[in-house]
Ligand binder design. Structure first.
Ligand code: AMP
Length: 109
């Protein structure tokens, strides 16, 4: 389904895009800023990445840093990957959650 968003066949609120990464607002936000940073390459999960995907993962994390600056998350932000059902992964396409704009509790639920 995220492939359809990345290819713009499904409409979404895209806030960042480059050759490797697309980022859009989460449809069910858990914080004032909740952006999904999605790989354009289809990988099911973080666990499915290999050594060849290290540059892609760097691109995704750098996108998070750029978005955190753009959304002025100067007091803090969180970058989360849910890997697998037990961790809460519901969409089988590699993505990071960028969360911020409120105080975030630790440990997470
Ligand atoms: P995860 O549960 O870690 O796999 O994260 C999937 C996220 O995708 C959830 O936070 C959902 O709210 C979000 N989501 C599902 N469908 C859409 C959509 N069409 N547009 C934006 N976000 C979505």
């Amino acid at each position: 389904m995220f492939c359809l968003i990345v290819s713009k066949e499904i409409k979404s609120d895209i806030v960042f895009e480059n050759e490797h990464v697309s980022a859009f607002k989460d449809i069910n936000p858990q914080a004032p800023v909740h952006i999904l940073i999605v790989s354009k390459k289809h990988l099911k999960s973080l666990a499915e990445t290999g050594p060849e995907d290290v540059p892609l993962l760097g691109e995704m994390q750098r996108a998070a840093v750029e978005l955190a600056a753009r959304y002025k998350l100067d007091d803090g932000f969180r970058l989360v990957v849910n890997n697998g059902r037990e961790a809460g992964q519901s969409v089988d396409h590699l993505h990071y959650h960028l969360l911020g704009g409120r105080r975030l509790k630790w440990p997470p639920g």
